[in-house]
Design a protein around this ligand. Structure first.
Ligand code: KIV
Ligand code: ZN
Length: 529
C-alpha cells in the first residue's frame, strides 16, 4: 500500500525545537523533559526534541529526552553538515530504533542565491551527502528542503527524488516563511506525489508557519492532497507568528472526519493539559479566544446560544470540551476530604504523582480549599502542574504582607526561607506588586528586570485562582515563571520567586543570600521540616 493511501496522519511535534525558537519561550532541561513526557501521554508519533549542535543545553535536552521518554520516535535536527549530523546522532542514540535524524537544506532561489551562494547541482549534492551520512547512524532519516514552498516545483521534485534515492524515509515540505496559501500548497503536494519517483515509499510531511494565519489551513490542504505527516506545536508556538497548532489541526481532522476521512493517534483528552503545561513552562499565555484551548473556546455568552445549548448541545457546539480534556467538573472534594480521595481524583485526571509530590499537592489543595468555595478540575490541574514544574525551591515564601491604598505608599514585607535561614525585609514600590518584587530582590541580592507580566483567571467566580505569568531577565538571562493564588499579589510574588529559583538553579549560583539585620519573627525562625 502506498503511504499516501493510508488513513493515518502522523503527528510530528516540534514544540521543543521550532516552538522553542519563539522569542522568549525558551525552556531548560527540566521543562523540556516535562513537555516531552506530556507529548508522550498525548501520543504524538514523533517528538523533535531540539537542534543538538545549537548549544550544549540543546544537546543535553535531546539526549535526556531520547533516554527517558518512551513511545514516540525522537528526532534531532541537523544541517547537512558532518559536525551537525554527528552531534545529532549522538544525542538521539539512546532512543535506539526510535531515533531519527532530521537533516535540512534550503532549496529556494532566494536562499540559494543570498544565503548559501550555491548552484542547484551543489544543493542536490549536499542534500544527498547529508542524507547518506545520517543513514550511517540511523535508519530513520528525514529530509527537509527549507523554504520548499518558494522553490521552483520542478527543482523541488529533483531534490526530493535524489534524497529518496539516497535513503531518506520521510520528506518534509516546509512553508518556512508562511508564504503559501491552501489551494497552492495542496497543489504542490499533489504535484510532488505525481512527479517524484519513489515518493510512495516514503512519508510526506508538511511543516507550515503561520505568518499569514494559514498554517492549519495549509496543513489540511496538504493532507487532502496526500501528505501523511503534519509538523506542529502545542499552542502554535514557534518562530515569528508560530507553527501549525497541534490542537487545531488534530481537532479539525477529528471533528471533520466526514470531510477528511483521516485519523491521528493523538489522545485528544490530553490536549488541554499539554496546552496548559507548555503555557506554564514557557510563560507564553494562551489568548482567551484561541481555538480549542482558549478560556472562551467553549464558553457560550449570548442568551440565544445558551438557550440553544440547554435544548440541544449540538446546536452551538461542534466538539465536546471533554474531548480535549476540559472537564469543568466541580470537584466534590472539600477541605475535609482525605488524601486518598484526592489521589483518586488526580489519577482520574491522568496524573501519576510520587508520594512526595502528592503530599505537596495535597497541602496546596487544602490551602486552596480554605480560601475558595468551589474547586474545579482546572484548579487541581493548576496545583499539580505547578507542583510538577516548579524548580527546586532555593527560596520559599514564608510570609507576605502588603499595605496599599489610594493614599498609602505601597509597602511590602516579605519573609523567605533558604535552607535553615529565614530572612525578612521590606520595601516600597510603585504598586503592591512592585513593592513585593523589590523586597524579594533585596533579600535574594538580585536585580531582576520585569519584561512581561500577565494575569489570567483560571476558573470562574470572584474567588477564582489568578494565574500570573512573568518574564524576567537576570544578568541578560531570560527566565519565565508562573504561579497561581486567589490573591493576585501573592501569585505575582510566587511567580517571581519561581523565576528567581529557576535562575539560581540554572546558573547554579551559590551566592549567599543577603541576611537582613531585622530579626525574623519568632514563629518563622523555627527550623523547618
Ligand atoms: O521552517 C522550517 O523550514 C524549518 C525546517 C528546519 C524544517 O523549521
Ligand atoms: Zn520551521
Amino acid at each position: 500500500m502506498s503511504r499516501k493511501s493510508t488513513k493515518q496522519v502522523k503527528i510530528f511535534d516540534t514544540t521543543l525545537r521550532d516552538g522553542e525558537q519563539c522569542p522568549g519561550a525558551s525552556m531548560g532541561l527540566r521543562e523540556k523533559l516535562e513537555v516531552a513526557r506530556q507529548l508522550a501521554r498525548l501520543k504524538v508519533d514523533i517528538i523533535e526534541a531540539g537542534f543538538p549542535i545549537a548549544s550544549p543545553g540543546d544537546f543535553e535536552a535531546v539526549k535526556a529526552v531520547a533516554e527517558q521518554v518512551k513511545g514516540p520516535v525522537i528526532a534531532g535536527l541537523a544541517r547537512c553538515l558532518e559536525k551537525d549530523i554527528v552531534r545529532a546522532a549522538e544525542a538521539v542514540a539512546p532512543a535506539g530504533d526510535k531515533a531519527r535524524i532530521h537533516v535540512f537544506l534550503a532549496t529556494s532561489a532566494i536562499h540559494r542565491q543570498f544565503k548559501l551562494r550555491k548552484a542547484k547541482e551543489e544543493i542536490i549534492k549536499q542534500a544527498v551527502a547529508g542524507v547518506k551520512m545520517a543513514k550511517k547512524y540511523v535508519d530513520d532519516v528525514q529530509f527537509s528542503p527549507e523554504d520548499a514552498s518558494r522553490t521552483e516545483p520542478e527543482f523541488l521534485a529533483d531534490v526530493c527524488r535524489a534524497v529518496i534515492a539516497a535513503g531518506a524515509t520521510t520528506i518534509n515540505i516546509p512553508d518556512t516563511v508562511g508564504y503559501a496559501v491552501p489551494e497552492q500548497f495542496g497543489a504542490l503536494i499533489g504535484y510532488l506525489n505525481e512527479h517524484v519517483d519513489g515518493i510512495e515509499d516514503v512519508t510526506v510531511h508538511v511543516h507550515c508557519h503561520n505568518d499569514l494565519g494559514l498554517a492549519v489551513a495549509n496543513s489540511l490542504a496538504a493532507v487532502k492532497n496526500g501528505a501523511r505527516g503534519i509538523e506542529c506545536t502545542i499552542n502554535g508556538l514557534g518562530e515569528r507568528a508560530g507553527n501549525c497548532s497541534l490542537e487545531e489541526v488534530v481537532m479539525a481532522m477529528r471533528t471533520r472526519h466526514d470531510f477528511y476521512d483521516l485519523r491521528t493517534g493523538v489522545k485528544t483528552q490530553e490536549i488541554y493539559r499539554a496546552s496548559r503545561l507548555v503555557s506554564q513552562l514557557t510563560g507564553m499565555v494562551v489568548q482567551r479566544n484561541k481555538a480549542i484551548v482558549g478560556a472562551n473556546a467553549f464558553a457560550h455568552e449570548s442568551g440565544i446560544h445558551q438557550d440553544g445549548m440547554l435544548k440541544e448541545r449540538t446546536t452551538y457546539e461542534i466538539m465536546r470540551p471533554e474531548d480535549v480534556g476540559i472537564s469543568g467538573t466541580e470537584l466534590v472534594l472539600g477541605k475535609h476530604s482525605g488524601r486518598h480521595a484526592f489521589a483518586n481524583h488526580l489519577s482520574k485526571l491522568g496524573f501519576k504523582l510520587s508520594e512526595q509530590e502528592l503530599v505537596a499537592a495535597f497541602e496546596s489543595f487544602i490551602e486552596l480549599a480554605d480560601k475558595k468555595k468551589s474547586i474545579y478540575d482546572d484548579d487541581l490541574v493548576a496545583i499539580v502542574q505547578q507542583q510538577m514544574t516548579e524548580p527546586p525551591p532555593v527560596y520559599t515564601l514564608k510570609y507576605l504582607h502588603v499595605s496599599t491604598g489610594s493614599d498609602t505608599v505601597p509597602t511590602a514585607t516579605v519573609r523567605l526561607q533558604r535552607n535553615d535561614d529565614v530572612m525578612q525585609d521590606a520595601a516600597c514600590g510603585d504598586g503592591p506588586v512592585d513593592a513585593a518584587l523589590k523586597t524579594i530582590d533585596r533579600i535574594c541580592n538580585l536585580q531582576g528586570r520585569l519584561e512581561d507580566f500577565s494575569l489570567q483567571a483560571i476558573t470562574k467566580g470572584k474567588d477564582a485562582l489568578g494565574e500570573v505569568s512573568l518574564r524576567v531577565t537576570f544578568d541578560d538571562r531570560i527566565v519565565n515563571g508562573k504561579a497561581s493564588s486567589t490573591d493576585i499579589v501573592e501569585a505575582a510574588a510566587r511567580a517571581y520567586l519561581n523565576c528567581v529559583n529557576r535562575h539560581l538553579v540554572d546558573t547554579q549560583d551559590a551566592k549567599p543570600a543577603k541576611k537582613t539585620t531585622k530579626k525574623p519573627r519568632a514563629k518563622s525562625r523555627k527550623k523547618k521540616q
